[in-house]
Design a binder for this molecule. Structure first.
Ligand code: FMN
Length: 362
């Protein structure tokens, strides 16, 4: 059987295959962060998709940490019941495993859903004051508030409380969002962190807060459940965070008990020049995996099943995350299994759909 369809174990969690549905914000929550019918349809589809793991979209640990007013939240105990309904889909036969991406949008918070054509929201149209590592703005947007040491404690407490809620909702895994120019990425990047205290300065200082958050979350999450981190391996701008920084950060995360790093890129600067193409972020995954020894998730234009499997076979990643390809074809895993050497996991009511079973009498 091809590697894409072989199980992969992280702590006590065994994924039935190496296919991951990448976290994808739906901008479809109520304006109070709650799960809606849209999420039940969307994640229900992926629970029946055959993917070994689905990671829920960026879910805000504080209301001001939402990207848009319609982003999912986990800052209140009242969010648990809706999230549990989503998790329950994955407990049905052939359902895969399910994780949640814990997020705070930092200096890129308070914007409208992307399809509206509106960017930053003002307080008049439902926007709010935003927070960053320092008061350095994302170009063209308002300056964020630089958190005081007391604010940093309060925000850390919100992350830890969110972990408790994720556990109560029944998630199998947590992915901490440190990518795409959001709050924890704001600390890592020299372009968004101009702090003069222990949480800024050289790379060691800039890594300190994200590492501290990871350390506290890991301690609050059951020991048998895995926790990974998504990072932007490079910012694609001169003098920004780069691959060398990502290797060092991944080594430090590994020492703290991180189970995997997912290698995305960009998001800090509008000046980024990204060389996009099939598998364009795979070299980041390969380098981090080889030099830090941590399992990696490769992502980014990997929806050709043969390419996805080749990346695994070449030792460039341990898991393959698919984003847009999964929206386009939620049965991606089934079709990949039919194209390659693999088996597909199908919920019992759908069993008769397999091409080999379609000639049976009804
Ligand atoms: C609609 C949409 C929403 C996304 N939301 C998130 C998100 O919430 N968190 C995240 O880390 N990445 C997010 N991403 C990035 C994807 O997870 C993925 O890294 C990216 O789309 C590249 O993979 P692909 O070429 O397979 O789509 C989003 C992408 C899309 C298309």
């Amino acid at each position: 059987m091809d590697l894409l369809f072989q199980p992969f174990t992280l702590r006590d969690l065994t994924l039935p295959n190496r296919i991951v549905v990448s976290p994808m914000a739906q901008y479809s929550a109520g304006n109070d962060g709650h799960v809606t019918d849209w999420h039940l349809m969307h994640y229900g589809t992926f629970a029946a998709s055959g993917a070994g793991l689905t990671v829920l979209e960026a879910t805000a640990v504080l209301p001001e940490g939402r990207v848009s007013p319609n982003c999912l939240g986990v800052w209140d105990d009242a969010h648990i019941a809706g999230l549990k309904r989503v998790v329950d889909f994955f407990r049905r036969p052939a359902g895969g495993m399910v994780g949640i991406q814990l997020a705070h949008a930092g200096r890129k918070a308070s914007v409208a859903p992307p399809w509206t054509g509106v960017d930053a929201l003002t307080s008049k149209d439902g926007g709010w004051a935003i927070w960053g590592a320092s008061d350095c703005p994302y170009p063209g947007r308002e300056a964020p508030i630089a958190p005081s040491p007391a604010d940093l404690e309060r925000i850390a407490d919100a992350y830890v409380a969110a972990v408790g809620r994720a556990d109560q909702a029944g998630f199998d895994l947590i992915e901490l969002h440190c990518a795409h120019g959001y709050f924890l990425n704001n600390f890592l990047s020299p372009l968004s962190n101009t702090r003069q205290d222990e949480w800024g300065g050289d790379r060691e200082g800039r890594m300190r807060y994200p590492l501290e958050i990871f350390r506290r979350l890991r301690a609050a999450w059951p020991a048998g459940k895995p926790m990974g981190v998504r990072i932007s391996a490079t910012e694609w701008v001169e003098n920004g965070w780069d691959l060398e920084d990502s290797v060092v950060f991944s080594q430090r995360l590994k020492d703290l008990g991180c189970d995997y790093v997912a290698l995305s890129s960009g998001g800090t600067s509008p000046d980024q020049k990204i060389a996009v193409g099939p598998g364009y972020q795979v070299p980041f995954s390969e380098e981090v995996r080889r030099r830090s020894g941590i399992p990696t998730v490769a992502v980014g234009m990997l929806s050709d099943p043969q390419l996805a499997n080749d990346v695994l076979e070449a030792g460039q990643a341990d898991l393959i995350a698919i984003g847009r390809g999964m929206l386009f074809n939620p049965r991606w895993a089934w079709h990949a299994a039919a194209e390659l050497q693999g088996t597909m996991r199908v919920p019992p009511p759908y069993l008769r759909c397999h091409p080999s079973m379609r000639n049976l009498p009804r």
